[in-house]
Ligand binder design. Structure first.
Ligand code: GLY
Length: 376
């Protein structure tokens, strides 16, 4: 891919950010509930919020800050409060995804006891899932399928900063300990020696020992699902920032290096890094998550390579996945893939792709806002 001049690149990033703000504000006014994934040209929405409700809300908060508009901030607050019924939910690991961009970001922008208290409740709900004999957090509930009873997924690493934040807010050190033990388990159980990751690790529910390693959304058990890899590099970088650790920082670098090595000079990640997946769909969301995570890792390490790679991925996403010609179309980032093995949400906009893309654009163009983005 040909590199743009710095000025052209800055202006493209600025234009993409402006488009993202406009789209999410229009959605905040018109949508009946939380957008999740596009289908047939518009967002599928859910009042429950599934695992993704926090991302849309996080974008509205960013729009309010970028526009310096108190009316938009009030709207972000009211969308956030619609997630309140989910805070006591103990049936999922997704509490960081739901409550960090919504409540913690909102509380960082406009301190508010209701937001703080919801995020603390959500962290306690997440901690209640921790399995001490295996030192892991199961992602889902057996009610969704008996096979999920003791199944851990790498994505969980992104939910751990909420535990550390809540520990700091409340003085409940056990929340911080659970986060540190879980990240250590993810490193020892999901990482392969080459820096790639197993998406899932199943455990023996009685002993907590590993029963099987493999995948849920990837091409096959020994492949590397690109979005899972993006979650890990970002999650490890964040955990290393919150609690400095050579082990976690090495994991962040190894997973990031593997991601970049697999990317080569591609601008958009394939849905899975297995060579057999090369002709299949791409996953722009994996690119957006990786770009935001690489910027974080670049900030932590001072290694310019990570920030430069992030900017290159952002440019690839702008060139291949942003439609400036049709600003009325729902979704900022085209060409995301939810779950290719099940042919679910293929070549669609995903609200998490949009969210992390907007986050990466903010980090590149308004680095002064970094601290408000989430748990620190
Ligand atoms: N955490 C679910 C996904 O990335 O699809």
């Amino acid at each position: 891919m040909m590199a743009n001049s710095p000025a052209a690149s800055a202006s493209l990033i600025e234009n993409a950010l402006e488009l993202g703000i406009n789209k999410c504000l229009r959605d905040a006014h018109r949508l009946p509930a939380f957008p999740h994934v596009t289908k047939d040209g518009d967002w599928l929405t859910s009042e429950h919020g599934r695992w993704t409700g926090g991302f849309f809300v996080g974008m509205v908060w960013l729009a309010g800050v970028l526009r310096e508009d108190s009316e938009i901030l009030r709207m972000a607050h009211s969308w956030t409060m619609r997630l309140a019924p989910r805070a006591p939910d103990r049936t999922t690991h997704d509490m960081g995804f739901l409550f960090e961009p919504s409540c913690v970001r909102g509380h960082n922008i406009m301190p508010d006891e209701r937001l703080r208290s919801l995020a603390i409740t959500a962290a306690r709900s997440l901690a209640s899932r921790y399995v001490p004999q295996g030192r892991y957090i199961p992602a889902w509930e057996p009610a969704e399928g008996a096979q999920y009873r003791a199944l851990a997924i790498v994505d969980t690493v992104m939910n751990l900063p909420l535990l550390c934040w809540a520990a700091k807010e409340t003085g409940e050190g056990r929340l911080h300990d659970i986060a540190l033990q879980t990240v250590s388990t993810i490193i020892s159980q999901h990482l392969r020696p080459d820096g790639s990751t197993f998406h899932v690790v199943d455990h023996d529910p009685r002993t907590g020992e590993i029963a099987r390693r493999g995948t849920h959304q990837g091409a096959h058990d020994n492949s590397c699902w690109s979005r899972g890899q993006a979650w890990t590099l970002y999650g490890f970088a964040r955990m290393a920032a919150i609690h400095p650790s050579d082990e976690v920082m090495a994991a962040a670098r190894n997973t990031a290096d593997y991601f970049l090595q697999q990317m080569g000079d591609r601008g958009i990640p394939p849905w899975d890094f297995d060579p057999a997946a090369a002709g299949g769909p791409v996953d722009s969301a994996a690119g957006a998550i990786a770009a935001s995570g690489l910027l974080e890792l670049g900030r932590q390490t001072g290694d310019r390579r990570y920030a430069e790679s992030a900017e290159r991925i952002v440019q690839g996403l702008i060139a291949g996945c942003v439609d400036f010609e049709h600003p009325e179309k729902p979704g900022l980032l085209m060409h995301g893939t939810v779950d290719y093995p099940r042919r679910s949400g293929v070549d669609e906009s995903l609200i998490y792709g949009d969210h992390y893309f907007m986050e990466a654009l903010v980090k590149l163009r308004r680095p002064g806002l970094w601290e408000i983005l989430g748990c620190v």
